[in-house]
Design a protein around this ligand. Sequence first.
Ligand SMILES: Nc1nc2c(ncn2[C@@H]2O[C@H](COP(=O)(O)OP(=O)(O)OP(=O)(O)O)[C@@H](O)[C@H]2O)c(=O)[nH]1
Ligand SMILES: [Mg+2]
Length: 285
Amino acid sequence: MVVIGLGSAGCNIAGAFSKFPQYETYSIDTHKDVDITIKKRDNHEEYDAHFPSLKRKLKHKNEEILVAVCGSGTVSGGILSLLRQLQENNVGVVYVQPDLSLLSETQKVQEKIVRNVLQEYARSGMLDYIYLVDNVCLEKSIGDVSIIGYYETLNQAIVNTIHMINVFKNAQAVIGNFTIPSEISRIATIGVVDFEEDGEKENWFYDLTSPRDVVYYYGIGNEDLKNDGTLFRKINNFVKSKIQDNLSVSYGVFETGYEQKYCYCIKYSSVVQSYKELLDDQDIG
Ligand SMILES: Nc1nc2c(ncn2[C@@H]2O[C@H](COP(=O)(O)OP(=O)(O)OP(=O)(O)O)[C@@H](O)[C@H]2O)c(=O)[nH]1
Ligand SMILES: [Mg+2]
């Protein structure tokens, strides 16, 4: 899989993917410290109008491509031009929603435009999917995050989760009840389930409204698969407890080489996620 990052968040996420041999990564930004340096522009519109042709650097065709971007940055104005240049591929996006309360007015506008346009692209099928991740939710799910290495910690969580979901999607489940999510649910988020003393705790990386499908990917070590007689019942109970009207729940159990149990999850919706700014508007009014 090819991972392309645009802007600082995108480049850092692409960088975090590069530790896995399965990914070919590219970083695009305006400084020299990246794989593809583009000219700095004054605003979002300028990046849209003058985004360079990257044909010679990005020659991919018929590949699985993941593009990482955060919409509040000025350079994210080039995202649609970048996506247009990748259209002969199967493209998904991981979209980072920054802490909206900390943005300038211009950044807020840029963020809203990019988030909405990318979700519309996903809805129309121009993108295979969009994974929304909210830095605020991420931070909550991780717990206390120190200032040094703050984004690295957030990015690790994003990248490890996407990577494990990719691995499980391409693997054969030991047991499970996978259903294929409906075609139009291409707006998604990801998360992890922590196994705690008093039960499982779900940590989603975005507060997705109107979800239709949820999938849990369990990674279980061989020992537990063979010897833990309670595991199947526990998983079944957990999954069943998540079933609601208009929400279908499926899961798969996969064998891993680790002793520890893992559970990664993904949630799909067909509804453009924009309620957050509605709430903000109400706060102001
Ligand atoms: N999750 C995550 N978020 C990041 C990271 N780096 C930056 N961000 C968030 O992304 C937002 C946009 O990043 P910026 O550095 O402002 O912008 P940019 O994408 O480089 O675009 P420019 O404005 O053109 O420099 C920041 O406000 C942060 O909230 C990162 O490594 N991981
Ligand atoms: Mg920047």
